[in-house]
Design a binder for this molecule. Structure first.
Ligand code: ATP
Ligand code: MG
Length: 391
């Protein structure tokens, strides 16, 4: 069928044509927003899950909900590299100054807003952000010590009166949160902790890999109670079928029942795979009916595309030693691997594999589901690794 009408959206963070299976999370965030409007605090939300399940899409959805409620919004993305980490702080300071325009644009300047802006200004000077466009002097002795933990909390504290005056909140939306540098992470967690105690309208809304909850707990033990953690996973069969069938139907095309079943089964309910196969099915179908034959061909083409893009994005970043480790993991057919067992497969001591394991974790290719275990962050990565070894 015509490529230009192809409704599917395989890609990182691309809003799907039909967002399904996440209503509970969307409702939970709506409730948080509504409670905040009534002056009540809620636990902030952290999404965690494997690659390609739709965490970024959902985080963006939350962000839109917050935007409609006229929150101050800053988006950040954790960066594993050192230069990236500095850029994140700069971005925080700069974006906050821009977001803060919402406090006075069209609403006039109040004393509380002025106070908030001058603290934002001094925070901006400390962390290298741009200055505010309005003629506001930096607050002396507020958020200007150069120590992020102290300064960030003062910043939030000085924002609160203005936010409350507007029935608003400050939402910090952080994707790939597991990669946030430890110092900034700690600062954010302690500010969130204080916000809960004092009823400040400040919320860190995070998304990241399955190891994110344990990363947060390691940074601050109270992080466990700070957030409502939500695991984002594969879609159930009904939702997965809707995600596939509804976008086509809107363009006047139908899947045969067995065709849809085949694709949903092959995708394992993983959104990224559904979008990839759906896109291929649309391209391959000769008319507005997508048959089982089309579906079979679409899965094959989709897998070829995944083998060229989604999987190699991780594989190509692994060193030869790391690839051997991944190959040993692939023997467990998608189940978590015991690190001790991997050592014996690779005929070495577990300790000597720690650097390899650590490096693969830092690259976001594997994670630790439980003590002594490792698993792929990408669903079906084991099959890809096995295919590489056959070639
Ligand atoms: N609820 C959903 N229904 C249908 N498709 C979805 C849904 N959520 C996400 N998708 C699609 O799945 C793909 C992956 O989404 P997204 O980039 O948000 O995943 P992610 O979990 O952030 O992955 P990563 O860990 O690699 O960043 C996109 O192509 C998106 O359009
Ligand atoms: Mg993402």
């Amino acid at each position: 069928m015509l490529s230009e009408l192809n409704p599917y959206s395989p890609g990182s963070g691309l809003t799907p044509p039909h967002l399904v299976g996440r209503q509970d999370e969307i409702d939970a965030f709506d409730l948080l927003v509504a409670r905040n409007r009534g002056g009540r605090h809620s636990r902030a939300i952290v999404l965690h899950g494997l690659r390609g399940v739709g965490k970024t899409v959902l985080l963006n959805q939350f962000r839109d909900q917050a935007d409609r409620a006229e929150w101050l919004i800053v988006d950040l993305e954790g960066q594993a590299s050192e230069s990236g980490q500095e850029a994140v702080r700069r971005k925080l300071a700069r974006e906050l100054a821009l977001a803060a325009r919402r406090l006075y644009r069209g609403k006039g300047m109040t004393e509380k807003v002025k106070q908030a802006l001058s603290t934002i200004r001094s925070f901006g000077i400390s962390f290298g952000g741009a200055s505010l466009e309005v003629g506001i002097e930096p607050a002396i002795g507020r958020a200007d010590s150069g120590r992020i933990e102290v300064d960030f909390e003062e910043l939030i504290e000085d924002l609160v009166p203005a936010l409350k005056e507007r029935d608003s909140a400050f939402g910090l939306f952080i994707d790939e949160m597991q990669d946030l540098e430890p110092e900034l992470l700690t600062a954010l967690l302690s500010a969130q902790h204080r916000a809960g105690q004092r009823g400040w309208p400040f919320f860190v809304i995070g998304a990241g890999l399955p190891n994110l909850p344990s990363t947060l707990s390691a940074a601050r033990s109270y992080a466990e109670r700070l957030f409502s953690y939500r695991e984002i996973g594969a879609l159930d069969e009904k939702s997965a079928t809707d995600a596939l069938v509804v976008p086509a139907k809107r363009q006047g095309a139908e899947y045969d029942v067995d065709a849809a079943e085949l694709i949903v089964g092959a995708s394992g309910g993983y959104p990224y795979y559904l979008q990839t196969y759906g896109q291929a099915a649309w391209e391959l179908a000769l008319d507005r009916r997508i048959t089982k034959e089309d579906a079979t061909a679409a899965i094959q083409r989709g897998n070829e595309e995944l083998d060229m893009g989604f999987f190699p994005a991780r594989w190509d970043r692994a060193t030869p030693g790391e690839r051997n480790y991944l190959a040993a993991m692939a023997e467990d057919a998608g189940n978590p691997s015991q690190t001790s067992e991997l050592a014996s497969r690779l005929k070495t001591k577990p300790q000597s594999l720690s650097p390899v394991r650590q490096s693969l974790i830092e690259k976001g290719i594997i994670y630790v589901p439980d003590r002594g275990l490792v698993a792929f962050t990408v669903p079906n990565m084991n099959d890809f690794v096995s295919r590489q070894l056959q070639d």
